[in-house]
Design a protein around this ligand. Sequence first.
Ligand code: FES
Length: 89
Amino acid sequence: MSDTSSASIPADEAVVVQKAPFAVDVESGKKYWWCSCGRSATQPFCDGSHKGTGFVPLEYAADKDGALYLCGCKATCKSPFCDGTYGKL
Ligand code: FES
């Protein structure tokens, strides 16, 4: 897993977890909480580590089984999905 240390990152900035998407399998009918802050140890999902920052997780309700590519750089314009922005970082 990537280094998710955020000790030197200001609370109002997202941590770039990795410059690539996370490929995850989701199940229809389940809800997932995508980490927008980059501080979670359970990427790409929230573990509550955003507390004290201005970030909140984004809920995603899966409407079918399958693989998703969720943003790993936390700079996507199509949260929670990867839009290729990591390639410009
Ligand atoms: S830990 Fe990052 S949004 Fe919750």
